[in-house]
Ligand binder design. Sequence first.
Ligand SMILES: C[S@@+](CC[C@H](N)C(=O)[O-])C[C@H]1O[C@@H](n2cnc3c(N)ncnc32)[C@H](O)[C@@H]1O
Length: 250
Amino acid sequence: MSRAELEKWETRYTAGEFTPNDRPSALLAEWLPHLPRGRALDVACGPGRNALFLARHGYTVDAIDISSAALEMVRRKATEEHLSVNCIQADLDVFASPFDTYDLIVVNFYLNRVLAPKLVGALKTGGVLLFEHHGLSDAGTVPMNRDAPTDPQLRLKPGELRSLFRGLCILHYSEGPVLKDGELVPLAQLVARKEVAPRRACRNAVPTCRPDLSGFNRLSANGVFASLRQDGGQLTALAIFIGVALKYWA
Ligand SMILES: C[S@@+](CC[C@H](N)C(=O)[O-])C[C@H]1O[C@@H](n2cnc3c(N)ncnc32)[C@H](O)[C@@H]1O
């Protein structure tokens, strides 16, 4: 990250220009009962709404951000609530992430495409990644909403989030307008699990949360649909085989 970028975030936090509310991500709150417990990482945690939420629910939490002002807020709130959050000040552009370490990784509103394989590596087998970020509209345009980056490069393109984490077993995937802080904003959301053999395990992945089917531009998927898509080639081959066999017997 450039010096100017860092200063931008520090100024935003110290001047109170960027004040995400204290409520955790609605996606995280909805999925919490279905997520593996243990050690969690909050990537680009900001003032720590999700890191603190996870600590309140018994996780051992590492929270990374480049902004010392943001991490100071996390520490202060953690102290007030007698919680423990391990705050790590680091530039995620060059962060050497640990391997096979976390049961849960959450990334909310921070997009760093080169970090994706490192996050997968940092998950334990059976660990879950929960990711959400601003998306482009169907037409590839940038609908305006508060706090969202105006640069299209800093938003997810249609289908991009799924393809960034294609090695994981998808438990939930959606793209489309979601109610966030009272505004309908185009978000891409993914909940996905790291498996030893993703395709096989995906076949058994039963969706535990109801997919939100409201809105347009939605590519909703759960483990079953994702599995069908992944197995599409095999199904086609099986259909051809059955067709040929029937023709032969007739
Ligand atoms: C939009 S905020 C998201 C905060 C939090 N995840 C949330 O949902 O409330 C983005 C955060 O990314 C952090 N950030 C941006 N670039 C970073 C980098 N290269 N390394 C670490 N943190 C970075 C900023 O300091 C900021 O706190």
